[in-house]
Design a protein around this ligand. Structure first.
Ligand code: BES
Ligand code: MN
Ligand code: ZN
Length: 487
């Protein structure tokens, strides 16, 4: 998507859609130019008012240009109070509305000329987010064109805001596409290939291991989960090394289960239906790598994921198996559907060996996180305050939901094993917490944050301006947080 700025009158825009962002109580002011005598002549504000449009968030009012203006359609979009977060929400709605119309070119009239770089970036990010569809498998007649030009009116040109927004949006879009693609397309080898394709410039592939190498390294968690599938696992480590030197070093770890059938503890049909989304953590860290390769923060970033397909077969790992993990710990298998923590455990131990300042992992880890927090909020866990607070703030600013959860040692008994050192399930109660406790035993860096994205990674039905399917959640949050660490 190209983003441009125009100093001309919006009423003269020749775009498919001419959109006006309208704060509550400022309808006439926002429409002054469009309602001038040589355009709608005052009729537009009146028609919107008659229709009950006041500028509230989530509302809009659309009319055809009908020769009053050269644009094909005029859309008034509510931006509520006009605050940064309301502008973002309104622009998300706008992105969605114009995609439904297949509008390729969109002019946007902002209520405020003075808009900060961050706020402008956020509005463009939200527009792109709302404009997204995954329709490549639909017949051409049912596909709607994406917007390829967004032109701001009444806003000063800001190349930095545009560059940031487009980089973050592209990273998020990659993550969404990876999640939405069927597991027949995105499996361990192809997920690894997409990650490797990011190499170049300051990004390099440090490791990309196949099954034999993963076995040789003793990564028993990845081997155990992956051995049941004909699509054998991969382990990938990418590094972004800023040419100008790094002020901080972070490791991002993602759960990359490209399909989670549950294994021998097989899932029922409905629970399995969307389990191609179980690599959303890996997709998020890959998307973040794509974004930062463009924004170039002063931070060394290691991206690590295990890509695995969890399948039942005669080679599959079994209940009662005792896996020897990469860290050397022995884990007793009580349920082959609690596979994510096994894959992550090996990745977290590997990440700890790099001795970064902080490790953050993202995973569609537990149904319990969805039960607790629903589709909007990720469950965020940390024993250490500073990074948790930074990440929650970055999520808030990015318009993504994250909620801090407790990580009490009091519940440790729930994952105590009979024969091994620990077991891979902790019972029904506090299922998201006991999964986090399990992971904590494989991290040796003092600063670590675990984000269970099982809810927001994939929308089962549309929510706000998100369509059904992958959301690319946390790409923008992580990218913003990393940008901050480099400043
Ligand atoms: N991938 C699932 C968790 C999940 C559920 C993600 C719903 C997205 C939406 C995970 O591997 C899983 O199956 N977890 C089990 C753990 C249990 C067996 C201890 C669960 O949550 O039921
Ligand atoms: Mn599972
Ligand atoms: Zn899973």
């Amino acid at each position: 998507m190209r983003t441009t700025f125009s100093a001309d009158r919006a009423a003269k825009a020749t775009t498919d859609v001419l959109a006006v962002l309208v704060p509550v109580g400022r309808l006439s002011g926002a429409l002054a130019d469009l309602d001038a005598a040589d355009a709608f002549g005052g009729a537009l504000a009146g028609a919107a008012r008659d229709d009950g449009f006041e500028g509230r968030i989530g509302t809009s009012f659309a009319v055809p240009g009908l020769g009053h203006v050269p644009a094909k359609r005029v859309v008034l979009v509510g931006v509520g109070s006009g605050s940064e977060s309301d502008l973002r929400a309104g622009c998300g709605n706008l992105g969605k509305l114009v995609r439904e119309k297949g509008a390729k070119t969109v002019a946007v009239v902002s209520p405020e000329a003075a808009i900060s770089t961050d706020a402008l970036s956020l509005t463009i990010e939200a527009f792109a987010e709302g404009n997204y569809r995954f329709d490549k498998y639909k017949p051409a007649a049912q596909r709607k064109a994406a917007t390829d030009e967004l032109c701001f009116y009444g806003v000063a040109e800001n190349a930095r805001a545009v560059a940031t927004a487009l980089a973050l949006a592209a990273g998020q879009e990659l993550a969404r596409n990876l999640v939405n693609e069927p597991a027949a397309e995105i499996y361990p080898d192809t997920l690894a290939a997409v990650a490797e394709s990011l190499a170049g410039g300051e990004v390099s592939v440090v490791a990309s291991l196949g099954f034999a190498e993963i076995q040789a390294k003793g990564m028993g968690g990845i081997v155990g989960v992956g051995q049941g599938s004909a699509r054998k696992p991969r382990f990938v480590h990418l590094r972004y090394e800023p040419a100008g030197g790094a002020k901080a070093h972070v490791a991002l770890v993602g759960k990359g289960v490209t399909f989670d059938s549950g294994g021998l503890s097989i899932k029922p049909n409905d629970g399995m239906l969307t389990m191609r989304c179980d690599m959303a953590g890996a997709a998020a860290v890959i998307g973040t790598m794509k974004a930062i390769a463009a924004t170039r923060p002063n931070v060394r970033v290691d991206v690590i994921f295990g890509a695995v397909e969890n399948m039942p077969s005669s080679n599959a790992y079994k209940l009662g198996d005792i896996l020897k993990m990469y860290s050397g710990k022995r884990v007793e298998i009580h349920n082959t559907d609690a596979e994510g923590r096994l894959v992550l455990a090996d990745c977290l131990h590997y990440a700890s060996e790099l001795k970064p300042d902080v490790v953050v992992d993202l995973a569609t880890l537990t149904g319990a996180a969805v039960v607790a927090l629903g589709d909007w909020y990720s469950a965020l866990y940390s024993r250490e305050n500073s990074t948790a607070v930074q990440l929650l703030a970055a999520a808030e600013r990015s318009g993504e939901g994250a909620w801090r959860m407790p990580l009490p040692d009091l519940y440790r008994d729930k994952i105590k094993a009979e024969w091994g050192e620990t077991k891979n399930t902790g019972g029904r109660a506090a299922g998201s917490i006991t999964a986090a406790l399990f992971l904590s035993d494989f991290v040796t860096t003092p600063k670590w944050v675990h984000i269970d994205i099982a809810g927001p990674a994939f929308m089962d039905s549309p929510l706000l301006h998100y369509v059904q399917g992958g959301t690319g959640t946390m790409v923008r949050t992580l990218s913003r947080w990393i940008e901050g660490l480099g400043q």
